[in-house]
Ligand binder design. Structure first.
Ligand code: ADP
Ligand code: F6P
Length: 475
């Protein structure tokens, strides 16, 4: 088959993937690329004084990576700026946190052009090109402008916002025009596809036929491809020596108590603050859990250069201090709050030791922690997954205890229910979840997406023009 060229903002080779706070995208792509010839292209994560365009090629565990360094201004305007101060909060329905700044739009356009200049010469005519996430929406248009006629697919790992929210973005129309230059757009769930449909049909007056959307004089196929985890590898890791050691260490320190666990990047979209408040309420309304249960929250800092991330970190520091100050005793701490990353094996052992997991984002494209928690459980004594209705994963994981993360009472009751759930119900719920996690894994995701991309007749243009890059002009 053709080679596969994967392009994403961050590149994480599999051998580097054992620990670290890299998210679901990195973990999933490393697993997918192992079986394909081809290459993973993106930003090295390094900042340099002046952009050079020099490409570093490396090979790790069967995956070739090609990376470029970015200069300080690029990182500020593109990564910290347009990607994570504008699009990320907007795509997670947090208009209160969105920052619009024309310099961010210009930086976003510039870096996408730099990506295109650097990667275009590495792409052969029959390569499949697969571009990931909100950082790189304009990249296909830039590649088309450089003469590429390859099939180009896009996968969005985050939610796609409702049309009325998207319309608050000064460049909303241009962003959607950029999407029209792909051959296939993949969303995580029907909800996000519905929002895209509502924009194309309602906002632009476009049309849809058999999953193909036509607008701005171009057509693109769009579908739903829910991402999974590398279930086999994670299950194996969960039964390995590293997991056993972490599990035994935790069980020893638990001393017969029940553990609730949360594992998230320290991101405001993950709902950690509301989770802490609901847990505080549990200790207040159900004092029988004082001294008998505790919450372990693992949250490595992420995007630390951004004010909204510094704010949430400060708020969580204060809240965890308040909860521990109010409830701790000499031999029991109600909230263990840890700001570091763990290797996957250790994480699996920690998941296995937990009576319940709190995966309660306010909004999430999918959420892989929910799937990892299920994969790591002991079949004879499985834990309970408490899952936000607003995570993409909820559409596949209906046997979890589904909660509204904005409703503290609902979350508090789910915690109490999980901590007291009989073994038979835990097993029944877990078996259904486990079957789904194994079946809809990252390999199935990759196969479905690539098969759909290969089947999509390649459009040969004309595409919406690349003449006016996204650069902060109001639409
Ligand atoms: P996102 O992509 O928004 O970060 P996901 O839940 O989809 O959210 O993916 C998070 C990934 O990052 C999971 O694979 C998870 O195991 C990993 N991760 C999160 N926190 C940690 C941590 N403290 N240590 C190691 N890995 C972590
Ligand atoms: O899944 C969403 C995502 O933004 C990924 O694209 C990214 O790998 C992950 O979260 C972690 O974010 P960052 O690369 O900004 O640390």
């Amino acid at each position: 088959m053709s080679r596969m060229i994967v392009i994403s903002n961050r590149v994480a080779a599999p051998t580097q993937g054992g620990a670290g706070s890299q998210g679901g995208l990195a973990v999933a792509i490393a697993a997918a690329l192992k079986e394909y010839r081809g290459m993973w292209f993106g930003w090295s994560g390094e900042r340099i004084a002046e952009y050079t365009g020099a490409i570093s090629i490396a090979r790790h565990d069967g995956v070739t990576t090609a990376t470029i360094d970015l200069e300080e201004q690029d990182v500020d305007e593109y990564y910290n700026g347009y990607a994570n101060k504008t699009l990320w909060p907007l795509f997670h329905y947090r208009l209160d946190l969105v920052e619009f700044d024309r310099a961010f739009g210009a930086g976003y356009a510039r870096v996408n052009q730099r990506f295109a200049d650097a990667v275009a010469p590495l792409i052969e005519p029959d390569d499949l090109v697969w571009i990931h996430d909100y950082h790189l929406i304009p990249l296909a248009r830039e590649l088309r402008a450089r003469g590429l006629k390859n099939r180009i697919g896009f996968f969005l790992h985050t939610p796609w916002p409702p049309a009325r929210l998207l319309a608050t973005l000064p460049q909303h129309e241009e962003l959607v025009q950029c999407l029209m230059t792909y051959d296939l757009i993949g969303f995580q769930t029907e909800d996000w596809l519905d929002s895209f449909r509502a924009y194309i049909l309602g906002q632009v007056g476009g049309s849809e036929s058999d999953g193909v959307f036509t607008a701005y004089g171009a057509s693109v196929r769009a579908g739903v491809f829910p991402i999974g985890i590398d279930a086999e590898a994670f299950i194996a890791a969960a039964h390995g020596p590293e997991a056993d050691a972490a599990h035994d260490r935790i069980v020893h320190s638990i001393a017969g108590r029940k553990m609730l666990v949360g594992v998230d990047r320290l991101d405001y979209s993950k709902g950690i603050e509301d989770r802490f408040l609901a847990y505080e309420r549990l200790l207040t309304d159900h004092p029988e859990w004082i001294g008998r249960a505790f919450l372990l929250q693992i949250a490595p800092p992420t995007r630390a250069g951004i004010g909204s991330y510094q704010d949430i970190r400060e708020r969580l520091d204060a809240l965890s201090g308040r909860i521990n100050g109010a409830f701790a005793d000499v031999d029991w701490v109600p909230l263990r709050y840890v700001n570091r990353a763990y290797p996957r094996g250790e994480l699996a052992g920690i998941y296995r030791a937990a009576t319940a997991a709190l995966v309660t984002p306010l909004r999430d494209g999918m959420n892989l922690v929910a799937k990892e928690y299920v994969a790591a459980q002991d079949p004879d004594d499985p834990g309970v997954l408490i899952l936000s209705k607003f995570a993409g994963a909820a559409t596949q994981m209906g046997s979890a205890l589904l909660v509204n993360p904005f409703d503290g009472q609902d979350m508090m009751e789910a915690m109490d229910r999980a901590l007291t759930m009989p073994l038979a119900e835990r097993k029944e719920r877990w078996t259904e979840l486990y079957d789904g996690v194994r079946q809809d894994d990252v390999l199935a995701w990759r196969e479905h997406y690539i098969a759909a991309l290969q089947e999509t007749p390649s459009q040969q243009g004309p595409w919406p023009s690349a003449a006016a890059p996204v650069q902060g002009q109001p639409a």
